[in-house]
Design a protein around this ligand. Structure first.
Ligand code: FSX
Ligand code: SF4
Ligand code: F3S
Length: 367
């Protein structure tokens, strides 16, 4: 890229300064930081010493890499690829076979204690881990060779973080997330199926600028991205509060943009910034498109958030006043990750008529 006006070439040579500044501004906003930190971020990110990144792929659909490469605001993929030195990525690199194996070996051993290991995909542990093998080695073997030598590990996507859909009961391959196997290294989970690339970008910029991972919640997720519920910032929330719900897909309420809770939205129990950050630079996100959130950033969502089109067992909506605090309990229970049956009270406007969606358990208790 030539050096014309603002088109100043950066460390990696792929993006203009303007794009770069925009990217850092987005990262700052995503991190919840003031715009004043942007120059510091730019300085840190412009360092010619780009952190080496080794990106491993295990049991997954490659949607995480796809989401990153197809990100649009402002060409986040290029920006990320300029911020880091991507030394190994099986989907993107030209090398194959023996050469690829040598690349991995060299990238790890040249950068012991310095590289960021990104893990995309779950790791099968049953039967000696034979259900995912690359170059004759199991995913477990590769992870155990690479991850302990990393400075930090980013488990990208719900598969890398919590095992993913392949861990759905009965979990035939014994799929788990990175944190179940690797101890003693910092692990940052960026779940979502797939995750929002802006959360990955912001995490990388945070590490580059401050030399440490962002603050994490008890599930290892950055609080800046997973600190609030989908429901807290959903554009359909006023309908929820006023008791206006979609009863069936395609009904008049659906056409009017009413709340999707009754047709299975798990936004009240899902921690993620989707309703704020959105996707693809066009403000798109699942609930905006008319489908409920399926809770894809939560561990075990494939078991705990299903059936997708039914509200969670035990959830009911008592309409009346004074229960707004109880709505907060919904998320806490979900973050605890435990409850197969979550008794949750959704906040609704004061003085509305009582209607109930009580589950059979509760009906039985009433009898
Ligand atoms: Fe998993 Fe990544 Fe879901 Fe796919 O590859 S988080 S299956 S959308 O995207 O690992
Ligand atoms: Fe939005 Fe879902 Fe909450 Fe309704 S239940 S307000 S659609 S997040
Ligand atoms: Fe996933 Fe729900 Fe966001 S389905 S992408 S956490 S809106």
């Amino acid at each position: 890229m030539g050096k014309k006006g603002h088109e100043i070439e950066l460390a990696g040579g792929g993006v203009s300064r303007r794009t770069f500044l925009k990217g850092c501004a987005i990262a700052a906003a995503t991190l919840g930081l003031s715009p004043e930190v942007v120059p510091r971020m730019v300085k840190a990110a412009m360092s010619p010493k780009r952190p080496p990144v080794i990106w491993l792929h295990f049991q997954e659909c490659t949607g995480c890499s796809e989401a990153l490469l197809r990100a649009a605001r402002p060409d986040i993929a290029t920006l990320i690829l300029d911020l880091i030195s991507l030394d190994y990525h099986e989907t993107l690199m030209a090398a194959a076979g023996k050469q690829a194996e040598e690349n991995l070996h060299n990238a790890v051993n040249k950068n012991v204690g310095k590289f960021i290991c990104v893990v995309e995909g779950g790791i099968p542990t049953k039967d000696g881990g034979i259900y995912c093998k690359i170059g004759g080695k199991t995913a477990m073997e590769i992870l155990n060779e690479v991850a302990p030598k990393a400075k930090a590990i980013i488990a990208i996507g719900t598969c890398g973080a919590f095992g993913g859909v392949q861990a759905a009961k009965p979990n035939p391959t014994g799929a788990v997330g990175v944190q179940d196997l690797i101890k003693g290294r910092p692990i940052i989970n960026i779940p979502g199926c797939p995750p929002n690339p802006e959360n990955f970008l912001a995490t990388v910029v945070q590490i580059l600028t401050y030399g440490r991972p962002p603050e994490l919640d008890e599930l290892g997720r950055p609080k800046f991205a997973y600190g609030r519920k989908i429901h807290d910032h959903c554009e359909r929330r006023p309908h929820f509060d006023e008791g206006r719900f979609v009863e069936r897909f395609g009904d008049p309420g659906h056409k009017k943009g009413y709340c999707l809770y009754k047709v299975g939205c798990k936004g009240p129990v899902t921690y993620s910034n989707c309703s704020v950050e959105r996707f693809c630079n066009i403000g798109a996100w699942p609930v905006g498109a008319g489908h409920g959130c399926i809770g894809c950033t939560e561990p075990g969502f494939w078991d705990t958030m299903t059936p997708i089109y039914k509200h969670l067992p035990g959830i009911y909506i008592p309409v009346g006043g004074g229960i707004r605090e109880q709505a907060e309990e919904i998320g806490k229970v979900a973050v605890g990750g435990a409850a197969a049956v979550i008794a949750a009270h959704a906040a609704v406007g004061i003085g509305k008529k009582i209607f109930s969606l009580r589950c059979s358990t509760e009906k039985k208790e009433e009898k």
